[in-house]
Ligand binder design. Structure first.
Ligand SMILES: *[C@@H]1O[C@H](CO)[C@@H](O)[C@H](O)[C@H]1NC(C)=O
Ligand SMILES: *[C@@H]1O[C@H](CO)[C@@H](O)[C@H](O)[C@H]1NC(C)=O
Ligand SMILES: *[C@@H]1O[C@H](CO)[C@@H](O)[C@H](O)[C@H]1NC(C)=O
Ligand SMILES: *[C@@H]1O[C@H](CO)[C@@H](O)[C@H](O)[C@H]1NC(C)=O
Ligand SMILES: *[C@@H]1O[C@H](CO)[C@@H](O)[C@H](O)[C@H]1NC(C)=O
Ligand SMILES: *[C@@H]1O[C@H](CO)[C@@H](O)[C@H](O)[C@H]1NC(C)=O
Ligand SMILES: CC(=O)N[C@H]1CO[C@H](CO)[C@@H](O)[C@@H]1O
Length: 550
């Protein structure tokens, strides 16, 4: 049960905790949900110091305290308390069902669930229909004992709503913000998942990535993000963009928690046959192989490119570079050998190459969304409002006032429904082949040429080039922009994209299925650098474990 502490005493205590965490003094009071690990939560649960019911209540209150400002969460699961009660009872009987027993987790609103929460990928129209079967990875979370606390906000349809639409905005969830700088962009599309993981609105969260949707929000919100190799985690029951690139992965405060989450969700699924490409019968345990010495004598290729992509001029590159250089020192201190690496492209500048890649990507993602959405919709219960394909969904988007069809342009959907699937088949495959081979060579050739164990770089570069060939990325907090950084708003004046105090991240990437190594390198870097703790969100919940623990 949630115990309330007398008003003034509680306030003083909360204030004391706040001050000590701002000064980054060693923690003397009770642990905080802002930085407690899943295994520490498990210890508190085992010791009977808190119950899962307590945790559901605490996290729900934390969400209520900040959601008015941040819109990180779309919907709470009304069954979460009942699930917690059942799991508390199981624990009391000594029956621990898995590594997430009684741990509250939030999932992005594009994961189908059959609990009372709706699944809309942020869309009011899509949320009118109920999935028949849960997303496989959500089912795996539940089998491991997780409590699905609710749905996290996102860019509507993970960005498919439109190119000019604000990231982190959805009709179901409103406009999400990052918490480190006022008006901060949370990046997208797993915006709410990253904000919620960062502020401890759940013990960890799930996002999805097609081209940056875990990696970028992880960086912006000062958390760890794992974008798994496409095919490591099942996408069944996930509102899709393209089966060629979509992947389901965790966002969390630490590498350890992300590894634990990945252990739970990774594996084959007969409902998603991309998972049959896995090179093992079962993936390795990422958690149990964590090794803080893993960087010792490893050769890391260092890639630093500032002008490879359009629109990257707002990134305060000079200031970012000095933080990156510090990260390189930390990597070296952890025993890594650093090798400066150029990305070769055949006679073209990297920028030209990137432009071609973007042009070709649009040739296959259109047909893929059409195909993928129709496939997703076959898992919806029949009913009068249930769309069967993208055309029917578009009819609803145009007609439904809550979708803001007039304020938020639907031009991209006009083009989507025109996509000629049969004619697109061959052309889409060619375009995909071009992009995935080109981008794969950009990363894998230098790894082979220099006999490297992995590459490290700015997350924006990793997410762009790893997308099409389905390569994994692990992103870890790297530090913050200093006072000399310039403040840059987006074109619409909605969000600040870069400013003093902005969290920065570093990404580790390598070939497909290399998660075990990448997670270990990220872990070793995290253990030696510990940057997440160097700054606290400007907006954060007050309700914490101190109301339960004495
Ligand atoms: C997005 O905005 C730009 C600049 O305002 C405009 O040129 C472009 O046509 C818009 N694209 C869409 C799909 O609305
Ligand atoms: C993959 O799954 C789809 C849909 O379930 C099925 O139509 C297709 O034949 C499968 N492909 C392979 C290679 O198994
Ligand atoms: C940890 O990594 C180091 C460096 O690669 C290695 O020598 C050591 O054996 C590893 N420890 C374990 C327990 O795997
Ligand atoms: C696709 O890539 C090829 C070669 O890389 C390039 O010639 C072509 O212009 C690109 N197409 C688009 C639409 O960008
Ligand atoms: C969409 O589904 C409806 C109902 O099954 C069908 O009548 C229509 O032809 C479909 N449209 C497309 C473009 O597939
Ligand atoms: C679809 O393909 C057919 C046959 O190739 C062609 O006639 C038609 O113009 C195409 N439609 C669009 C919208 O590209
Ligand atoms: C849980 C929660 O606070 N949900 C809110 C998400 O955003 C929408 C739109 O702003 C609100 O209506 C919900 O109440």
């Amino acid at each position: 049960m949630l115990r309330r502490v007398a008003g003034s005493a509680y306030l003083a205590l909360a204030l004391g905790l706040w001050v000590s965490s701002v000064l980054a003094l060693p923690r003397s009071g009770p642990p905080s949900l802002l930085d407690i690990s899943i295994s520490e939560l498990g210890e508190l649960l085992d010791a009977g110091a808190v119950s899962s019911i307590d945790l559901v209540r605490l996290y729900s209150r934390r969400i209520a305290e900040v959601n008015g400002k941040l819109n990180a969460v779309i919907e709470l699961n009304p069954d979460a308390l009942i699930d917690a009660q059942v799991l508390d009872a199981e624990r009391a009987r000594g029956n621990i069902v898995g590594s997430l027993h009684g741990i509250p987790i939030l999932v992005k609103d594009n994961y189908a669930t059959t609990d009372p929460t709706l699944t809309g990928a942020g869309s009011v129209c899509l949320a009118r229909s109920r999935p028949i079967q849960e997303a496989t990875v959500v089912a795996r979370l539940r089998e491991a004992g997780a409590i699905i606390l609710g749905k996290a906000n996102l860019s509507e349809f993970s960005g498919v709503r439109g190119t000019n639409v604000s990231v982190g905005w959805s009709p179901r969830g409103g406009l999400a913000y990052g918490a480190y700088v006022e008006h901060q962009s949370p990046c997208g599309s797993s915006s709410g998942s990253a904000v919620a993981a960062s502020l401890g609105l759940a013990a960890a969260t799930l996002g999805t990535e097609t081209a940056g949707s875990i990696t970028c929000p992880a960086m912006f919100n000062n958390v760890v993000g794992i974008k798994p190799t496409v095919g490591l985690t099942s996408r069944f029951g996930v509102v899709p963009i393209t089966a060629r690139q979509d992947t389901a992965g965790p966002l969390s405060q630490t590498v350890e928690d992300a590894a634990l989450m990945l252990d739970v969700i990774a594996g084959r699924d007969e409902l998603d046959n991309y998972t049959s490409a896995q090179p093992w019968d079962a993936p390795p345990s990422y958690l149990s192989s964590l090794n803080a010495s893993a960087l010792m004598n490893k050769r890391l290729g260092v890639v630093w490119i500032e002008d490879a992509y359009p629109g990257s001029d707002h990134l305060n590159w000079k200031q970012t570079k000095s933080v990156f250089d510090q990260a390189l020192s930390d990597l070296a201190a952890a025993g890594a050998e650093l090798v400066k690496v150029e990305l070769h492209s055949k006679g073209r500048s990297l920028q030209e190459e990137m432009n071609f890649m973007m042009g070709n990507t649009s040739l296959y993602t259109g047909p893929d969304v059409v195909e993928g959405m129709a496939r997703y919709m076959r898992n919806l219960m029949p009913g009068p409002d249930v769309p069967h394909n993208i055309s029917e969904l578009y009819q609803c988007l145009k007609a439904e006032p809550e979708e803001l069809p007039l304020e938020v342009p639907l031009d991209d959907w006009e083009r989507l429904v025109q996509v000629n699937k049969s004619a697109g088949g061959q052309q889409a495959w060619q375009a995909y082949k071009t992009v995935s081979e080109t981008s794969r060579h950009l990363f894998i050739d230098p790894i082979e040429e220099h006999d490297l164990d992995a590459l490290v770089m700015h997350p924006d570069l990793a997410l762009a080039i790893s997308a099409s060939p389905g390569l994994p990325i692990v992103t870890v907090p790297m530090g913050y922009l200093g006072e000399d950084a310039e403040t840059h708003w987006d074109d619409q004046g909605t969000y600040i994209l870069s400013a003093p105090g902005f969290p920065l991240g570093i990404s580790f990437t390598a070939d497909r299925w290399s998660e075990q190594d990448l997670i270990n390198y990220a872990y070793a870097y995290e253990q030696i650098s510990r940057k997440r703790k160097d700054s606290k969100p400007k907006i954060q919940p007050q309700t914490d474990l101190d109301t339960i623990l004495h």
